[in-house]
Design a protein around this ligand. Structure first.
Ligand code: 5GP
Length: 327
């Protein structure tokens, strides 16, 4: 683990509300007088995918005001920085909550305030992705895309996430097409559950990156390999939610061996009690990766970021400096 901790890292798949410290969730639940029956689900260890979405339900009840959003954003960035994450693409779903005086815009601005505060205390470069939740309709998806374009360049792209058993691709595709026209980059959660027709549509849409890709049949696997679209892989998340049976069985290995571009990520470091260093260490152990393999995984992740070529080059220089002083 110490090698993985010292390695400079790129995190491309981290959900803000999933990356909260447990202690903060408990503190906020107490502050907001949340019914203890609701927080019971937090005590449960191995959670199924549907229980994970119940956990998000609880977290979302304690992150309803702007000051809290600013605080959690700052904390989450500090935690990634402490884990030697040098570049973080943090994603979150802008929420309209009229009962709390919150709009998608005010939500996102509160997150950006947290980002600015964190930037004062660490060197980690942070960009935002705005997520469309699969529960949202076409108009809400379009509103998120519009907002993302207005808040560029702090916001670099759009993510599609949320309960994979909810909604249909046709609902969000027009907003995603529009995002592409506006120059936003796109990453899509795909094949977390077996849904061949949707996965095929997503691959044909050709997002800039994919997330997960757990459940593929032979045809989809071929289509995926041919696409060469980089994929964000979250080992602990897939095991805990039972999308994959065990670490050695994880699809990281065939993807990696096939030379398909992969990036190790945390998904929800709070909910799954992990860190990016831990994910690298798990990969090393489960797949017999050498320190050189881990270094290359981290270095190659730079080219899959949604940064400009010049900013990617700056990151490479800082990786090279680290290499020169540590080898
Ligand atoms: P937020 O967007 O509220 O900051 O972060 C939590 C949200 O991210 C969840 O409500 C859900 O929409 C999305 N999310 C977090 N983890 C996962 C995951 O493993 N799979 C999917 N599909 N969505 C997730």
């Amino acid at each position: 683990l110490s090698f993985c901790t010292s390695l400079p890292k790129v995190e491309l798949h981290a959900h803000l509300n999933g990356s909260l410290r447990d202690s903060t969730i408990r503190e906020l639940a107490l502050q907001k007088n949340l019914d203890p029956s609701l927080t019971k689900v937090l005590e449960k260890g191995d959670r199924t995918l549907s229980e994970v979405f119940q956990v998000f339900g609880v977290i979302h009840q304690v992150t309803t005001d702007h000051a809290t959003l600013t605080r959690i954003t700052q904390e989450v960035i500090e935690d990634f920085a402490a884990d030697n994450v040098q570049y973080l693409e943090l994603r979150t779903t802008p929420k309209d909550r009229p009962e709390h005086g919150m709009t998608k815009r005010s939500y996102t601005e509160a997150v950006i305030r947290g980002l600015r505060l964190a930037e004062q205390g660490c060197t980690t470069v942070v960009r935002l992705l705005l997520s469309i939740d699969r529960r949202e309709d076409a108009a809400a998806a379009m509103a998120t895309v519009q907002l993302a374009a207005e808040l560029s360049p702090c916001v670099v792209g759009i993510d599609l996430s949320g309960n994979p058993t909810v909604g249909t691709w046709e609902t969000w595709e027009p907003a995603l097409q529009h995002a592409r026209k506006l120059g936003l980059r796109l990453t899509i959660h795909a094949a977390e559950v077996y849904n061949p027709s949707e996965t095929k549509q997503i691959l044909e849409f050709r997002p800039d990156r994919l997330g997960h890709m757990c459940c593929l049949d032979d045809n989809l696997e071929k289509q995926f390999y041919d696409s060469l679209i980089p994929v964000e892989l979250c080992l602990s998340s897939n095991i805990i939610t039972e999308s994959v049976g065990s670490f050695p069985d994880h699809h990281f290995l065939p993807f990696f061996q096939a030379g398909h571009p992969v990036v190790l990520c945390t998904d929800d470091s709070g909910v799954f009690e992990t860190s990016l260093s831990k994910e690298y260490a798990i990969a090393a152990q489960a797949f017999g990766l050498s320190q050189k393999d881990l270094w290359q995984l981290s270095y190659q992740a730079i080219q899959h970021t949604f940064l400009s070529r010049e900013d990617q080059q700056k990151l490479r220089e800082s990786w090279n400096e680290h290499y020169a002083t540590h080898s």
